[in-house]
Design a protein. Structure first.
Length: 148
């Protein structure tokens, strides 16, 4: 369960042209810096029980009225990582077991034998058609421009 962040989509045409002229090692450095920054920003949102996805859902309370401490205790957050690809970075859950957990949180445990519909949606990544919050994208853009 991953999402892709394309460098081209974060920059103006002029800035992207400058980026394209950089050495491959400099581009790799920029992608890594963007990946680490994205992870920091996603973790900050999750710390506040907020989705990092633009218009994303994140249910804080369970049906029984108790609060969810999923992200304080679970290993899902520790498995959110980035990997580089040609046009940018791919971010999310690459471990298949963690990806299944992530999918469950995105779908309110759809298909789970006893948790379906009981935990609420916790959108930890944008849907395929979605994007990260604008404030996160602005920080990524700023970081790239600083490094060009």
């Amino acid at each position: 369960m991953t999402t892709k962040v394309k460098i081209k989509e974060l920059l103006s045409e002029q800035d992207y042209k400058a980026y394209k002229k950089l050495s491959s090692s400099k581009k790799k450095l920029i992608k890594d810096e963007v990946g680490y920054l994205l992870n920091d920003e996603v973790q900050k949102e999750l710390d506040q029980s907020r989705s990092p996805a633009n218009k994303g859902k994140f249910k804080k309370q369970l049906k029984d009225g108790t609060s969810s401490f999923l992200f304080d205790e679970g290993d899902l957050r520790a498995n959110l990582i980035h990997q580089q690809y040609r046009d940018g970075i791919e971010y999310g859950l690459f471990d298949p077991d963690e990806a299944i957990k992530g999918y469950g949180h995105h779908t309110n445990m759809k298909g789970h034998p006893f948790l379906q519909g009981k935990v609420g949606i916790r959108q930890i990544l944008p849907n395929k058609e979605g994007d990260f919050k604008p404030k996160i994208k602005r920080k990524l853009t700023k970081k790239i421009k600083e490094l060009i």
